[in-house]
Design a protein around this ligand. Sequence first.
Ligand code: PAF
Length: 282
Amino acid sequence: MRVLEDVSALREQLSEWRRNGEHVALVPTMGNLHAGHLSLVELAREHAERTVVTIFVNPTQFGENEDYDDYPRTIERDTRKLKATGADVLFAPAVETVYPFGVERATVVSAPHLTGDLCGASRPGHFDGVTSVVARLFAIVQPDVAVFGQKDFQQQLIIRFMVEDLHLPIKIVTGPIVRDPDGLAMSSRNQYLGETERAAAPRLHAEIEAIARALQTGRRDYQALESAAAQALEAAGFRPDYVEIRRAQDLAKPDRDCDEIVVLGAAFLGAARLIDNVVVTI
Ligand code: PAF
């Protein structure tokens, strides 16, 4: 696996692959890799002959009071893990490489109708940072396929919209959530949890699953289900941000006939903000 930091070196490698008729899959990450990320790399390798993984902690998607400075940067460990997955290139650029005119002057890509709700409501500007950096990574790598995790359900939906809206010839693949044995969705931020918090953390998934099961047994009192889950989380020591039942295709509030639903939850637990979701066909 080659580790590259410059766009020109990456482009040379990409041109060589293209000359050989090889397709390229991209897995964008912010590093501090866990089994969830590695499963996305494995999925990417099923979709193209070549895989590029990016590690870039993107400053524009962090709010002022968020953890940009403290975000775990573990490039050596990540490189070792990636080598074992069979990725072809790790692209780990500097901020100045991704934003050559500086973040203040950077072109912004935004999909406003999908970004003000759910995680976007409590993290204003977050998704503009995500679409802006993913558009840049797409422009740099020009992949045939890009792989994102389902854990960030809203993110992958926004990226799907962006790709269609901008006519980008990139297939978006969403990889399933990878969980610890007790159900907690793997996340780079789980390491912010203390011991007691870690023991409580799977409750978020448990509440979401309970709603999914209730929907499958025919319940359609969405608001009552959402409120009961939020209350249960609060009683378990969380500070719930939202528990929402939405239409999976566009995150609109579902009507009674909607059959493809996503149950989404976000809650603070100690210093961590956990998110999770379950897609359910009813
Ligand atoms: O999901 C992430 O890790 C990030 O939001 C992404 C897609 C790599 C963009 O910085």
